[in-house]
Design a protein around this ligand. Structure first.
Ligand SMILES: CC(C)(COP(=O)(O)OP(=O)(O)OC[C@H]1O[C@@H](n2cnc3c(N)ncnc32)[C@H](O)[C@@H]1OP(=O)(O)O)[C@@H](O)C(=O)NCCC(=O)NCCS
Length: 148
């Protein structure tokens, strides 16, 4: 039976490996440091891990409250889905749907009337998941940087 828990500690089973699977470019230490930072601001960040019936971690959702302008939204604050990941062998079983519902509930409890998210232009499965779970597409953007 799937169950979902709020991540309360750095040692929380599965958080770091799931994070690393989602964002493999960051080192273990960088993930560790970011987790510490997220845990220091529980009023701003919420992180959920989903476990299967054998207590194996199978999915992660990280989210934040954003009060700065978020593309495509027209209220403030919004709850922003920073990352969502489900291990391949547990996909298409509604795990992301349940994680995102937990994020939505946390957002409502924190005064948010909208939830926002983004994903890579090439990540069609993620785009389809968002649309299937009630998100509407708002904008397509290209980011730039210039060295100073
Ligand atoms: C995107 C992701 C989180 C979806 O997780 P999931 O648990 O499989 O999603 P769900 O089972 O809750 O799917 C809900 C609905 O979304 C849609 N959907 C999910 N995966 C899909 C896919 N690969 N192709 C098309 N539609 C998809 C379906 O409509 C699905 O409902 P259905 O299975 O009844 O048809 C998962 O594929 C993943 O971890 N991908 C790699 C990480 C990633 O890209 N994250 C998003 C960017 S941060």
């Amino acid at each position: 039976m799937l169950h979902i828990q709020i991540c309360q500690s750095n040692e929380q089973s599965g958080w770091l490996p799931l994070r690393h699977a989602l964002w493999p470019d960051a080192s273990q230490q960088e993930h560790q440091d970011e987790i510490d930072e997220l845990l220091r601001q529980p009023q701003r960040y919420i992180n959920f891990v989903a476990y299967d019936g054998q207590e194996q971690p199978i999915g992660l959702a990280e989210a934040s409250l954003r009060s700065d302008y978020v593309n495509g939204t027209d209220v403030s604050p919004v709850v922003f889905l920073e990352g969502i990941y489900v291990v391949p062998q547990h996909r298409r079983q509604g795990v992301a749907a349940q994680l995102i519902e937990q994020v939505a509930q946390w957002g409502r409890e924190h005064g948010c009337a909208q939830m926002a998210s983004d994903t890579d232009l090439a990540n069609l499965p993620s785009q389809q998941t968002h649309k299937a779970l009630g998100f509407e597409e708002t904008e397509r953007v290209v980011f730039f940087k210039r060295q100073l």
